[in-house]
Design a protein around this ligand. Sequence first.
Ligand code: ZN
Length: 410
Amino acid sequence: MRRRFRLPAAVALLLAGCVSVAAADGGSGGTGVVVHDGAVFTVVGERSDGWVVDTPCRTEIFLDEGDQFRSVDVVLDPGHGGPETGSVGANGLVERDVNLWVALLARAELEDLGYTVVLTREVDLHMGIVQRANVANALSPSAFVSIHHNGGAVRRSQKPGTETFHQYGSDESTRLAGLLFEEVQTALDVWDVRWVDTVHKGASSRIRSDGTDVYGVLRLTPDLPSAIIEAAYLSNAPEAELLADPEVLVAEAGAIARALDRFLTSADPGSGFNEAFVDAATTGTGTGWNCDDSAYGRWTSVATGYTEQEYADLVAMAAWVGRSPESLQRFGVYALDFFHALGGRVSLDPLPPEAIPVVSGISVPVDVTLPWSPADQVLLTRVADAYGLSPAEAQKVGAVLMVFLIGISG
Ligand SMILES: [Zn+2]
């Protein structure tokens, strides 16, 4: 009968022998974001070999390639992405794509004007509101603009129904929204189509009854001047046709860039201001629900060498608890992390050199290679750092620990 493996309480005490109280080591914090393959990751920690980052789905992973930005002048947020399409035109045009095209064009315009710009996404991908705000906050830009195209209105209008939204009670955000409205509505107005609008045409605050902003990108970036632009109604067939014309997107993007340039270089107040309105209803997207981040980062393999005796012990103990030698190694790393966390605010001293096992060379003829997901690499490197080991050594210490624990509990 298979024994059920449990960690005996005595083991914790025993391990305390190699645990000593030391000043808390928070590791190296991180700043900014890393852009890789069009996805944007907020930096949680910096390492010599890469970064611990948050993915667009808000999973911590290890990333070893990409371009880091610590701060920029402007962050643009192309709304929606992936399964969250936003509004869809009668011609099949999808808001998530139009938002991205306009953002890319606006970035080019702004870069021509000498500004540094980061987009929250450069490709079509799923991303929640919180991570969009996190990206903006991580870069402390002078302005943050979320780019959308509208749906819903049916009221005929002589002019474009451009809406912008600002943070309630923020003068700078209000000015930013007023300038965005002024520039974008003027730019679109040169086309003569059957526009639609609502009473919210112009620059507004959409707030909940407690006075906080309804929109997460505004509410979650309280230290930044942030605004949302809803440039035209994709749900209105004539406007959807218009938005299918690249010339129109270039004009809209140019208007957004001009608005930002005026915001950053003048005290122009903007125009089109409405009274704040209370409306708690949200669109229901932006939660990042079911966000899939399996494509981010890359798996890595870490090989650890064992002597024949060590490996025989590992195989025997793994068989004893009904696991593979590989999974016992992995479990050992989790256990090391567990013991490290047990220390609470204390950290483990690095293991003394004589306690660090040999993991390669002639004396260790058996190699066990373990694959680690981008998320699990965060764990592996955390454990390795905590104990002053290489990842390969951490695997082996974990395995030796497991063999030891199973041995004494058997
Ligand atoms: Zn939208």
